[in-house]
Design a protein around this ligand. Structure first.
Ligand SMILES: Cc1cc2nc3c(=O)[nH]c(=O)nc-3n(C[C@H](O)[C@H](O)[C@H](O)COP(=O)(O)OP(=O)(O)OC[C@H]3O[C@@H](n4cnc5c(N)ncnc54)[C@H](O)[C@@H]3O)c2cc1C
Length: 442
């Protein structure tokens, strides 16, 4: 399910100028945040960032800490995109694992990726502590296996991550799992103690406050509609402009057609989430006694966790179709009940959808356009930790430390077969193929 984006004409995208977050449990429980100004002047700065999600905010924080002047232009509100709507799961590594990287880049370079694969979750925790961000952080994430093939895969994943020096993992037998997830559908699991979960919008809002406290400027309802390449680079909104030495493109799935070369090699995908009414302490403990977050090991995976006020937040799949709450309920509630039939009488209070950006390789696409425009996009579903890491890579590269940024930039960017006209049909075919595989457990 994909939010309707007018790719050809950004200035006509009314929803992109939204002054509110989309309706969700997160929007309803957001910490207070100011209504920020719209850009109405011609400003100058060292670094301009397009997009006020984690990619933009993490970059801004690192760059401000290095002493750069930073301005963020956000089309809607801080955290309006995936960063304010996601499952809130802090998942280590990348959307495909380091063994795949080993095959693409060789063993030596894979070691570099291995050292970065667990950095994002630490950055998030450091930010929360450093800036006193209230976002319901809880430790512990579980990968849940639905069949023996998946169990074998996570056993190999444990060995692989340990090979890269990561030792916060514990295999869970079927009976161990029952003490963590009270569901009959799993055959075992893998506990990652440094995984965890957060209220994602409150993390973004807290980071935005930290950006402003460090002197950064954030303009909301300020969609960039044109980029004038050059040195300096200049970007235009409907009512103003920003001239900057460097530009960071952090619009991800919502960037639309602003930068055609980025659009061509990625595909926005919708994923849906529901939140139940608050559960009693007893009900909450009866389904997730340890309060860890969980994702299953399907290609089109389901993910869930308890919120700070003990709602079950359950998301799943990649779907195409209607956007309305009843359509989302009809799709996601049966998945929730398959996991926890005991919640049959529990009401659903919120349903929402959001877009993440898929790449063909499922690795993020990172790079530079010309001399002074940097970009990162396409975490393909697992972006909470990687986007935080990217902020650090951005500050490194502008300080002249290019090795880690260049490692990501060196990964191949594969265009979708058939170009952007066929991206959705191809991915639907792909989704169908993987649904069949998931169902057959192959
Ligand atoms: C429903 C859902 C569940 C998910 N669950 C998880 C999860 O549990 N764990 C996980 O690791 N990952 C998850 N993800 C993925 C993760 O949320 C994303 O990878 C991550 O938030 C991307 O951050 P971002 O800053 O790059 O993009 P976004 O957060 O989407 O931010 C991009 C921002 O750029 C702005 N923008 C775009 N174009 C312009 C323009 N022209 N001018 C100005 N501003 C512009 C948009 O308005 C938007 O606010 C999920 C994603 C979704 C949608």
């Amino acid at each position: 399910m994909l939010e309707q984006i007018n790719f050809s004409s950004l200035s006509k995208c009314a929803h992109r100028q939204a002054s509110e977050h989309v309706s969700s449990y997160y929007a309803a429980s957001a910490n207070p945040s100011p209504l920020r100004n719209t850009l109405t002047s011609n400003a100058k700065t060292d670094i301009c960032i397009i997009g006020g999600g984690y990619t933009g905010l993490s970059s801004a924080l690192y760059l401000l800490e290095e002493g750069f002047r930073v301005t963020i232009l956000e089309a809607a509100k801080v955290g309006w995109g995936a960063s304010g709507r996601n499952g809130g799961q802090i998942v280590n590594s990348y959307s495909r694992d380091i063994d795949v990287l080993e095959k693409i880049v060789g063993k030596k370079q894979a070691i570099l990726f291995g050292t970065m694969a667990f950095e994002g979750s630490k950055i998030i925790r450091d930010r929360i502590t450093q800036y006193g961000i209230q976002c319901d952080l809880k430790d512990g994430g579980v990968f849940a296996a639905l069949n023996n093939k998946q169990l074998q895969k996570i056993t190999q994943q444990k060995a692989l991550w340990e090979r890269y020096g990561y030792n916060q993992l514990e295999m869970l037998s079927q009976s161990d799992m029952k003490n963590i997830v009270n569901s009959d559908i799993y055959v075992g699991g893998l506990l990652d103690k440094s995984g965890g979960h957060i209220h994602p919008l409150n993390l973004a809002l807290g980071e935005a406050t930290a950006v402003e406290n460090l002197g950064g400027k954030i303009y909301e309802r300020s969609a960039v509609i044109r980029i004038e390449h050059g040195d300096p680079v200049k970007v235009f909104t409907n009512k103003g402009s920003v001239t900057a030495a460097f530009l960071v493109l952090a619009g991800n799935a919502y960037l639309g057609g602003l930068v055609p070369e980025l659009k061509a090699k990625s595909m926005p995908c919708g994923t849906q989430v529901i939140a139940t009414e608050p559960l009693s302490d007893k009900q909450a403990k009866s389904i997730l006694p340890q309060d860890y977050c969980v994702e299953d090991c399907n290609y089109l995976l389901n993910y869930y966790r308890l919120s700070g006020d003990k709602r079950l937040i359950y998301g799943g799949g990649v779907a195409y179709g209607a956007l309305n709450p009843s359509g989302i309920n009809a799709m996601i509630r049966p998945k929730m009940l398959k996991t926890f039939p005991q919640l049959d009488n529990i009401k659903i209070h919120y349903s929402w959808t959001g877009n993440f950006l898929m790449t063909l390789s499922r690795f993020p696409q990172v790079g530079r356009i010309g001399n002074n425009i940097y970009y990162s996009q396409g975490c393909s579903g697992h972006g909470v930790t990687y986007t935080h890491l990217f902020g650090r890579l951005m500050s490194e590269v502008l300080k002249g430390q290019t090795e880690r940024f260049n490692a990501f930039a060196g990964l191949p960017h594969l265009p979708f077969p058939g170009g952007h006209m066929f991206r959705v049909p191809f991915s639907m075919l792909g989704a169908w193929y993987y649904t069949v595989r998931d169902k057959l457990g192959i």
